[in-house]
Structures are given as C-alpha cells and as structure tokens.
Ligand binder design. Structure first.
Ligand code: PMP
Length: 413
C-alpha cells in the first residue's frame, strides 16, 4: 500500500529544464528564447501600465469584500465582460439580436487558460463522451496532458509542413475529412498557434468551419493570445466570432486566457465558454450548473485578484483604450523583432529561406532549425531554444538580435 513501489519519475518538462540550464549559464551574452512570456527590450518582465494603474485604484478603494468568496461560477460581471470581449458583443449598447445571442453562451471562471482547457475537457468527457479529440501536430504540449487526464483518446491532424515551414492546410483537412468521426472534438488555436506561429487564413477558417459543420465535429477553441498577437482584440478573435456567427447550429466552446494579453501570468485569470445552439436561459443555466458541479469538486471557484483587475479595465472605456495601447506596445515589439532577425539573416546570406519568421504570428516561431543546430546554438553560443526549433521571439532585443542571427548563420552552414 505504498505508491512508491510503482512511482517512476515523470519525464521532465523541456521548458523548465531549459530555463534551469539558462539560469546556471554564466556566459554574459547568453540568450533565452525558451519560455513563452513577454519581455521588454531589456529582457525584463513588463507589468502593463494599465494594470499598475488599476492595482493602485483597487488598493485605494479598499473594498472590504475583496477577499470574499465569489459565486461558484466565478465573478459574474467579469464573466460577462470576458464573454463580450471574446464574442464581440457591445457591452453597453448591445442590439436585441446580440442580447439574444448572449443567451447561447454559458460562461464560468477557470484557473487561467490551462484551467479552462482542463475544465472543458472534463466537461466534454463527462457529458459528451467524444470518441477522440483531434490535436494539431504539433500542439501546445499541455494539451496532451490535460486531455489524457480527461480520459479522451487523442489523435493528431497534420499542421506543419517542414519543407516549406508553413501550414499544412491540405494535410489537416484531408485527415479530418477522412478520419474524424461524428462527435469528435477538434482542438483549434484561436490565433498565434503555439508552437508554430502559423494560423489559417480567413478563407481557410471558413473551410474548417464548414468541415466541422458537415462532419458534425465539435470545435474547441483555445484562445490564449487575443490582442497580444496582432495588437487588435477584434482581429485575434476573428475565427471564434466567425464560427459563432455563421454556424449557429453547431455547438462549440472556448478556453479563454488573460495571462498574456494582460501580463497577468501568475494571477491565473481565465474563463470557459460553452456555446449552445439554442438561445435559452434555461439551457444556459443547466450548462453553467453542471460546470459548477465540476468546479466545486476541483477548486470551488476561480481566483479573485487578477479578475478584479481585468474587470476594472474592461468596465471603463478610457482604461480599455489604455489597454489597447499596451497591447500595441507588446505586439509591435514582437513584430519588430521578427523583422530584425529576418533582416540580419538576409544580410548574412544565411543559407535557407527565412520569410516564415516574419510571416508567422504571435510569440513563437518555428524556426526550422534542426535538433543538432539547436544543440550547437546552446553549446557554442549560449542561445537557448526548444529542440523542436521553437523560439520565443520575445527573448530577442535590439541588443542581442545580431548576435543571435550570427549564431544561427554559423550553425546552419
Ligand atoms: N493555451 C496555449 C496555446 C498557450 O500557449 C497557453 C500559455 N502558454 C495557454 C493555453 C494557457 O496559459 P495560462 O494557463 O497561463 O493562461
């Protein structure tokens, strides 16, 4: 009766190993392109100015209820704002049609994006019992873990074409068409696909939506980068909103994270939205009710601190405008670093094509570097990235980009 008899070490997480090795490295010009968090050009964390402003306000307000329990589904005004942001409802002047559409969405608070993915997986596993969940190959590694925990068999659809370093849309569609079965879940990254940085075009999203509808597949959107990727919360929500508006006869769900777009990584702010095909308060309440049952058993309710910050920002037009500016600062710096790396590689006439670096979207780039080249970058140049060749662009800066390009140039020759 001891777990120790069978307990074997879990293979360690590559990102955490990489960070540890980086932290121990004493080389002055070392560069970390591993972890997916925003960094300034000085390599520092960046609490968003609008977040700092709101934190001060909240402290001044000194609301005696600020540490109370919330409802089990979470902070309800926060959830309404989160839903409006994701699905594009006008918070103050919603049309009658929008008011009706809101009744199709059951929303609960979750422990950031990870928790929303997990809760969604558990909910579907319990109530829909899908035969399979389809993940992109590759996908965010945690998708495997949490769907395994939900007990739903995993399959993968092709996503990345190594030769051209681009999206394998034909392969993706052909596999889903031929092999996905009615009721299967298809996991889709709403924008800024992690780890490849490759997103479908709008036309391709329309085809994916048609395929899901025709084959009766269940779209599960993971939205971890709304506003962070393009700088526009509208643009980055395009796919989710398209499915919602144009496929009213299809159920779907969205796991929404506020970690990146508000820089609230450790605060664990997120929501899970389940979209039904019927606009009815009763059905919506039944979905929320069942989600609450799972929430109660797992964590009772989502955390309060970070969501108070997001709520404060999103209830004020003025603060929301300031947030949009902060999103522009982050997304512009990432885009500028993509351009800078590309320019340096072209200048060095580094063998291979590098346009994909500027064409990809969001925090990550699948560079196309081989495992041997990644190892050489680390050992010879102290530049750290994942074995798959995924680089976190936010680790680049005006100061280190020429050095990184030089290092890449050397290892690919
Ligand atoms: N999904 C994807 C694709 C992500 O990249 C991330 C962040 N790495 C998340 C979900 C969830 O992040 P969090 O739990 O910190 O909100």
């Amino acid at each position: 009766h001891t777990v120790l008899a069978t307990l074997a070490p879990v293979p360690s997480d590559e990102i955490f190993d990489l960070n540890r090795a980086y932290a121990r490295d004493t080389f002055p010009q070392k560069v970390s392109l591993g972890v997916g968090v925003y960094r300034t050009d000085e390599g520092k964390p960046w609490p968003l100015p609008v977040v700092e402003k709101v934190e001060k306000k909240l402290l001044e307000e000194n609301d005696p209820s600020r540490h109370e329990y919330t409802a089990i589904e979470g902070d309800i005004p926060f959830l309404e704002l989160a839903r409006d942001l994701m699905f594009g409802f006008d918070g103050k002047n919603a049309s009658a049609e929008q008011e009706e559409a809101k009744k199709r969405i059951a929303s609960v608070q979750a422990v950031a994006g990870t928790g929303a993915n997990h809760l969604g997986g558990l909910f579907l596993a319990t109530h829909m019992k899908p035969k399979n969940v389809w993940l992109s190959d590759p996908s965010w590694a945690n998708h495997m873990t949490l769907w395994e925990m939900a007990g739903v068999p995993r399959k993968t659809y092709p996503y990345y074409e190594p030769k051209t370093r681009s999206l394998d849309f034909t392969g993706m569609m052909a596999t889903l068409e031929a092999e996905a079965q009615e009721g299967d879940v298809v996991l889709l990254h709403a924008c800024a696909h992690n780890p490849t940085g490759l997103d479908p075009t709008k036309e391709q999203w329309m085809e994916i939506a048609d395929l899901c509808e025709r084959k009766q597949l269940f779209p599960f959107f993971d939205s971890a980068y709304q506003g962070f990727a393009s700088g526009s919360v509208v643009e980055d929500a395009w796919a989710v909103r398209y499915f919602f508006q144009h496929k009213p006869h299809m159920e779907m769900c969205v796991a929404q994270s506020f970690s990146k777009n508000f820089g609230l990584y450790g605060q664990r702010v997120g929501a899970f939205h389940y979209v039904t095909t019927v606009a009815g308060v009763d059905i919506r309440d039944t979905v929320v009710n069942n989600l609450c049952h799972l929430i109660r058993g797992e964590f009772s309710m989502g955390p309060r601190g970070g969501c108070s910050i997001v709520k404060k920002v999103l209830t004020s037009d003025e603060l929301t405008a300031e947030w949009y500016e902060d999103l522009k600062v982050m997304s512009s710096r990432i885009k500028a670093m993509r351009q800078a790396l590309y320019k340096e590689l072209v200048k060095l006439q580094t063998p291979g094509t590098w346009e994909h670096i500027v064409n990809q979207n969001g925090m990550f780039s699948y560079t196309g570097l081989t495992p041997a080249q990644v190892t050489a970058l680390k050992e010879k140049y102290h530049v750290y990235l994942l074995q798959s060749g995924r680089a976190s662009i936010s680790g680049l800066s005006e100061k280190n980009v020429a050095y990184v390009a030089q290092a890449i140039d050397d290892v690919v020759r």
